[in-house]
Design a protein. Structure first.
Length: 134
């Protein structure tokens, strides 16, 4: 049975909104965390696309950037559909490999639960690292 679309939004946009809702709640009591969505995706006119490119939009940059203190974490959100099968593009793979090589954490998440589990896990890791420094 096909999944219903809310307000005509595609499944990846709906996942992004749900993940943003989770992060808003989760980071409210964690002042050491900061996150933002990087709006690279979506359908644009040729003029909008050219303007975004001139403003610095880069193909392959993940959907979310989350900081734990000074530790950046890049998260790509994917939805498995018949068409995309949840695959990461070549440019996304290249960026994630680059970020990992720089010592940044990276993750591909296919659901809010997957993101939430990762965030809880990384939060514990962050605190264990902070405790070792003290």
């Amino acid at each position: 049975m096909p999944r219903k679309r809310r307000m005509g939004l595609n499944p990846e946009t709906m996942l992004q909104i749900a993940c943003a809702d989770f992060l808003r709640i989760y980071t409210k009591t964690r002042p050491y965390m900061f996150w933002c969505h990087i709006p690279n995706g979506g359908k644009r006119t040729a003029i909008e696309g050219a303007l975004f490119k001139r403003m610095g939009v880069q193909s392959g940059v993940p959907d979310l950037l989350i900081f734990w203190g000074n530790q950046p974490v890049w998260v790509e959100l994917k939805v498995k559909t018949i068409k995309t099968k949840g695959r990461v593009s070549d440019n996304q793979r290249i960026f994630l490999e680059w970020a990992t090589h720089q010592g940044h954490a990276t993750r591909i998440c296919y659901s809010v639960k997957e993101l939430a589990d990762f965030v809880h896990e990384f939060d514990e890791f962050y605190f264990s690292q902070q405790t070792q420094k003290e």
